[in-house]
Ligand binder design. Structure first.
Ligand code: FMN
Length: 208
């Protein structure tokens, strides 16, 4: 039995494009994984705290030497990491915000990138520990950032997420982008027709 962890990070609720894509992915994935389970995590609702000096000190204190308060400080991080370890596959809905990822997703990343848990240091350099996992990134952006175009260098979402996931061992990553969603703002473009091709891509990939 496999488990899919579905993450959403758009604050736009029903109007969110990336949430429509993750919903489609999960629905299709369940049809092709009959005994599979989907667990949903809405990063905008989790209230993940920003890390601070006490958190960093707790991380650098050996587990058996941590005082109760330090263990408590790391409990959210521990839970979020356990989530990742237990799942086989992940899908992320990622809206582009100011050329980068939403702050809620960054807060989550800061909690799950942890030495000894999701990566380790070795003589050969850092080594990712979340191996054998598969991730799909469903990225929505108001503008377009095709490779080779003048605006491509403004896209910090894709290179950042590929780097950070690769760092913790998640290297089997597929990206599907819904670009130019700003076209939907004026009401002149039919949302269903606009989204149909990207939803088809999502469906095709979710059955793999
Ligand atoms: C705070 C904020 C910042 C944004 N910054 C960008 C940006 O830098 N580049 C861009 O192309 N679109 C930007 N957008 C537009 C979103 O990427 C676009 O609306 C996308 O559809 C968001 O995904 P969602 O519909 O799932 O929320 C921004 C939207 C918001 C709300």
């Amino acid at each position: 039995m496999s488990t899919l962890l579905k993450f959403d990070s758009s604050p736009m609720g029903e109007r969110s494009i990336s949430r429509k894509l993750t919903t489609q992915f999960a629905e299709t994935w369940l049809k092709s994984h009959l005994r599979g389970t989907v667990i949903s995590r809405d990063l905008t609702a989790l209230d993940i705290p920003a890390i601070g000096a006490p958190w960093a000190a707790a991380v650098h204190t050996p587990e058996d030497a941590r005082i109760t308060e330090q263990a408590k400080l790391l409990s959210i991080s521990d839970e979020l990491i356990a989530d990742l370890q237990q799942a086989d596959e992940y899908v992320f809905g990622v809206p582009m915000h100011n050329f980068s990822i939403p702050s809620t997703l960054k807060l989550w990343i800061d909690q799950i990138v942890r030495a000894g848990k999701t990566f380790s240091y070795s003589s050969a350099g850092p080594k990712g520990l979340l191996t054998g996992k598969k991730a799909t990134l469903l990225i929505a952006s108001g503008g377009a950032y095709e490779q080779g175009s003048p605006s491509a260098s403004y896209n910090f979402v894709t290179p950042y997420l590929l780097t950070v996931f690769g760092f913790i061992g998640i290297t089997d990553v597929t990206i599907i982008a819904a670009e130019s969603t700003a076209q939907l703002m004026g009401g002149k473009v039919d949302p269903q027709a606009f989204l149909a091709p990207v939803l088809e891509k999502v469906k095709a990939h979710a059955t793999v």
